[in-house]
Design a binder for this molecule. Structure first.
Ligand code: ADP
Ligand code: MG
Length: 387
């Protein structure tokens, strides 16, 4: 789960990390009030959406008067922000963050992540701020400093100073830098984050360290330990299909192809997607209905796949172990008459109660294309989608 910048910055304050004063607003009237109370000369108006690259996409603007604060707020609220990270569909902006402008001397990069290469938390820092870390890694990898943290020891003072030297901080900032790194590490571990990124971290003209941007991503599997973080979830920033799926405990990942997939088990789902590709097609989604799927669950999953306009053919592939083919068949036979099924449906059943399942489908008289093997099913789906 990801947070908005304004939410992440509120957490930073709890962990003693400096951020500019700011208020999240939902109207230009609120923006005016917030900016006036801040008594600054320059404000920054920032669109709140789960993406980076807002600056280059018109989602971060400097305002030199209260009028400009209101104008930019009105422009941003309700806009669909398209950045290099969002894809062409963009993300809705429902809140805007009004912040005092910092006087920047230098922009730096800092992130902390769960590093799969070494199974540890790593700090990644660079004195070259402002650039995206992906570009930097490609063009100037030597400018990136990485420090691995031993989980039994945590971030040591020595390592914090090592990072400070890599960022080329003046001596008088060293103490502040160590405090900032320690605060970040504490937040990361205590709140079970996958990633924490400050881009840019800035050294201000008056030699303070301030997090100008904040991105936090949390481990979904640990959210039950942090109900207060879970409450900050914003479904408007997620793929609608994935939100609907999670409401029914279905694992769903939307993809770009045109063959809708409904499969039990993540392994079989992966294998089916591979087979679709092997046969020359493209899956529209990954959907694992899980073990022991009741007819109701099957119905929900079916509706979910059909709700995707890109789907030109649908493939149901079930290898029933804990599942039962007759439940799957029952679910399908019940749901199909209630939806306006305009696309071909290919079904391959195997495993527990397969005879009963196939009988239910054949007796239903519904126009379902049956397949024997995984390959047969994928071939039929690819062919049907092309028609
Ligand atoms: P994004 O990463 O989505 O583009 P940022 O919050 O990093 O958004 O803002 C982009 C740029 O705007 C920053 O690199 C910085 O130069 C400038 N900026 C952002 N917030 C402030 C601020 N409070 N004061 C001064 N400049 C800012
Ligand atoms: Mg940024």
């Amino acid at each position: 789960m990801n947070l908005h910048e304004y939410q992440s910055k509120a957490l930073f304050i709890e962990y003693g990390i400096n951020v500019p004063r700011g208020t999240a607003v939902e109207s230009s009237v609120e923006a005016f009030k917030a900016a006036e109370e801040m008594s600054a000369d320059i404000w920054v108006v920032k669109a709140q959406a789960h993406t980076g690259g807002r600056g280059k996409a018109g989602g971060v603007k400097l305002a030199h008067s209260l009028d400009e604060v209101c104008k930019y707020t009105d422009e941003m609220l309700g806009m669909t922000l398209v950045t290099y990270q969002t894809g062409p569909e963009g993300l809705p902006v429902n809140k805007v963050y009004i912040e005092e402008a910092s006087e920047i001397e230098r922009e730096l990069y800092l992130s902390i992540l769960v590093d799969r290469d070494n199974g540890r938390i790593s700090f990644v820092a660079s004195a070259e701020g402002g650039m995206s870390i992906e570009e930097l890694a490609a063009e100037k990898p030597e400018a990136i400093k990485k420090v691995e943290i031993d989980p039994a020891v945590g971030l040591t003072g020595f390592q914090a100073r090592e990072l400070s030297f890599a960022l080329d901080f003046p001596k008088e900032v060293l103490g502040k830098a160590v405090q900032l790194f320690m605060g970040c590490y504490k937040a990361m571990v205590e709140l079970d984050m996958n990633m924490l990124e400050i881009n840019p971290l800035v050294l201000t003209k008056d030699q303070n360290l301030v997090a100008l941007d904040a991105k936090m991503s949390f481990d979904d599997n640990a959210l039950f330990r942090h109900p207060e973080i879970n409450e900050l979830n914003d479904n408007s920033q997620k793929d609608k299909r994935e939100v609907a799926a999670s409401e029914h405990d279905l694992s769903y990942v939307g993809l770009d192809g045109d063959i809708g997939c409904m499969i039990n088990g993540a392994g079989l789902a992966m294998a089916t997607m591979d087979m679709i590709k092997y046969c020359g097609g493209e899956p529209a989604n990954f959907l694992d209905i899980g073990g022991g799927a009741s007819p109701e669950r099957v119905g929900k999953a079916f509706e979910l796949v059909l709700a995707d306009d890109n789907v030109k053919a649908m493939l149901v592939n079930v290898y029933a172990g804990i599942n039962r083919c007759d439940w799957i068949a029952e679910g399908l036979v019940k749901i199909i008459p209630t939806v306006d099924l305009k696309i071909p449906l290919i079904v391959r059943l195997s495993g527990t109660n397969v005879e009963e399942g196939l009988k239910i489908i054949k007796d239903s008289g519904l126009p379902i294309i049956l397949a024997d093997t995984l390959k047969d099913a994928a071939e039929k789906a690819v062919e049907a989608a092309k028609k």
